[in-house]
Design a protein around this ligand. Structure first.
Ligand code: LLP
Length: 452
């Protein structure tokens, strides 16, 4: 099993001391469960690991992996920054009281409403993603009310991290960032420096996600330091910060344990490479910034489902249908991602079978696990899918009008609900029914009447 889980004396699975049978009856299923201790440990491992190799360093958690107000509080307590990529993520952090001076604001198409909010409320670093955006920013920056706007420039370093095509972002052909070719990136930086309107702090890159070796990161550090040193040589301007983005991969299956660099290895590897590349180019060691997402939250999170139907097609396949599916975990259908599952209650007397775990969506591709071996599963059993902390909650949808699961943080036998499950009422609360489309008199003001 991934993370810290074990069966207790009654044979019930426990996550951080919380019995999943109790969790299911108190909080309902499906349910995202996070082990708070594991979240904190991963954050601390990054914070301490990086500070040991590069004393001036910042760890900004990438909110796109999973975000809610309680997590903002936890990030703040652990001394991390937040990488926000949209007005929505920024807004969530803002209303949860997270200091905006610790937000790195991203986006390849920052909309007017988003820009206005950030200009009004403040930001730690604004990441300029393209030439048009730079022109707009230089027009709008004078209205920034918190001193000079501190900015990074996102560069596409042209490194292929050999991960899934959809989560590769640093190649030359990318919708993100400034290409290095033909001096495009360097000219943009020069323009910003010359304008005197923003504080050009450094450069940013993100080469991809779920990366299983340090080599592409190290290669990227070299490209980025070369760029910084060349820029200094040409202009005399010294960039003082380097943001390497996120991307460290994690095991999703027991079989993959040990195949990925640890957080410590990653920090040590990146730090050592930064030092040696800076030495080679006689460049002053910049502040190193990283933006890990998946490697902080994935292993800490699991999804608890209740099995509904079990279908046996003799000689062909056994299906287990759970009460969620691609709506709460679209990664198998999007990326062919693999997961593993365990039963909520240990059984020793049932014969094991090969199963395909599917959801309840009207879609044959709604598969969570293609093949897994489990002791004979019955309707009503609890099934825990492991390693679902990243890009599940944040990518969930309401396809087929299926409500999204709630979220709990568990620690030392206590579970705190941090996001309540969606209700059917939540699904219709934004509906507006003009008179002309009303199927019965007064329906437009009666949605709440049928609340469930
Ligand atoms: N910083 C930037 C600018 C990013 O674009 C990303 C992820 C991260 C940091 C965090 O990367 P991580 O440490 O989580 O790998 N939906 C896909 C992953 C998309 C990642 C997008 N960017 C998936 O489910 O695999």
């Amino acid at each position: 099993m991934l993370g810290n889980k074990a069966y207790n004396q009654s044979g019930h699975l426990e996550i951080a001391g919380c019995d999943v049978v109790n969790l299911a009856s108190e909080m309902g299923t499906p349910l995202y469960i996070f082990d708070e201790e594991l979240l904190r440990k991963a954050m601390a491992a990054y914070r301490n690991g990086l500070a040991q190799v590069v004393p001036e360093s910042t760890v900004a958690y990438a909110g796109k992996a999973f975000l809610c107000s309680a997590l903002c509080g936890l990030i703040e307590q652990e001394g991390l920054w937040l990488d926000a990529v949209s007005g929505g993520e920024y807004y969530l952090a803002l209303v949860s009281g997270f200091p905006t001076t610790r937000i790195i604001f991203h986006g390849n198409n920052k909309m007017r409403e988003e820009r206005e909010m950030v200009l009004a409320e403040g930001v730690g670093r604004w990441v300029v993603d393209g030439e048009e955006e730079l022109d707009t920013l230089l027009e709008e920056a004078p209205s920034y009310r918190h001193g000079k706007m501190p900015v990074y420039f996102r560069i596409t370093p042209g490194v292929d991290p050999h991960t899934h095509e959809f989560i590769t972002t640093g190649k030359v052909d990318s919708k993100f960032g400034f290409p290095l070719m033909e001096g495009i990136a360097s000219r943009a930086l020069q323009k910003a420096v010359d304008s005197g309107l923003v504080d050009v702090m450094g450069i940013h890159c993100h080469i991809g996600s779920q990366i299983d070796s340090l080599e592409p990161f190290e290669q990227t550090v070299k490209v980025m330091v070369d760029f910084m040193a060349d820029f200094r040589d040409r202009t005399g301007f010294v960039l003082t910060e380097l943001d390497m983005g996120g991307g460290l991969g994690v095991p999703y299956l027991d079989a993959d344990l040990g195949r990925f660099p640890s957080i410590d290895d990653y920090c040590r590897g990146l730090g050592a490479q930064l030092r040696s590349q800076c030495e080679r180019r006689s460049f002053p060691l910049p502040r190193m910034v990283i933006e890990p997402g998946r490697s902080i939250v994935n292993t800490a999170g699991s999804t608890l489902y209740r099995v509904g139907t079990v279908k046996n097609i003799p000689g062909v396949k056994r299906y287990i249908a759970v009460d969620g599916g691609m709506t709460d975990n679209p990664r198998p259908v999007l990326y062919g991602a693999k997961y593993q599952a365990v039963l909520g209650v240990r059984t020793t007397d049932r014969e094991a079978h090969e199963y395909t775990v599917v959801g309840k969506c009207c879609e044959s591709g709604d598969i969570i696990i293609n093949e897994c071996s489990l002791p004979s599963v019955k309707s009503g059993d609890l099934l825990l899918v492991e390693g679902t902390g990243a890009y599940n909650h944040s990518m969930a949808s309401n396809y087929n009008m299926i409500p999204r699961p709630g979220v709990v943080f568990s620690r030392e036998g206590k579970a705190l609900m941090v996001e309540r499950p969606e209700s059917w009422y939540d699904l219709v609360r934004r509906d507006v029914i003009p008179e002309a489309f009303s199927t019965r008199a007064g329906a437009n003001c009666d949605i709440e009447g049928g609340k469930r």
